[in-house]
Write a protein of this length. Structure first.
Length: 117
């Protein structure tokens, strides 16, 4: 029992620290009202990688990472510009629509990719 406590002490401390950090950051994300932007950007990056597959680049290649990064940067730039404009449509709705469109587009691109789905 003493060995188990000794082995599990530092992982338990790390869990407590991570819980505190995530709670603090989560409160700021919720207070700003932009909750799902990370999911939308991840889906846009996945769409970029899928587009690289469509162009024939190998999985895990530098070109695939470049396209993924390029799509994510373009998506982040669009979200940041839209944030500054006064709109009738809430930003969260635009982010949700972007997530759905990026998901559907990635599936359609994967269907046409030479490597297969």
């Amino acid at each position: 029992m003493e060995l188990a406590l000794e082995v599990l002490f530092w992982p338990f401390v790390a869990c407590l620290v991570l819980t505190g950090i995530h709670s603090y950051l989560g409160l700021h994300v919720v207070s700003r009202g932009v909750i799902f932007v990370d999911l939308a950007l991840a889906q846009i990056a996945a769409m970029g990688a899928t587009f690289a597959f469509l162009l024939g680049y190998p999985e895990g290649g530098n070109q695939t990472y470049f396209y993924s990064l390029l799509f994510a940067v373009i998506g982040a730039a669009i979200f940041s510009v839209l944030r500054l404009r006064e709109q009738q449509i809430p930003q969260e709705a635009i982010i949700g629509i972007t997530f759905a469109v990026a998901s559907a587009t990635a599936i359609l691109i994967a269907d046409r990719a030479p490597q297969g789905a």
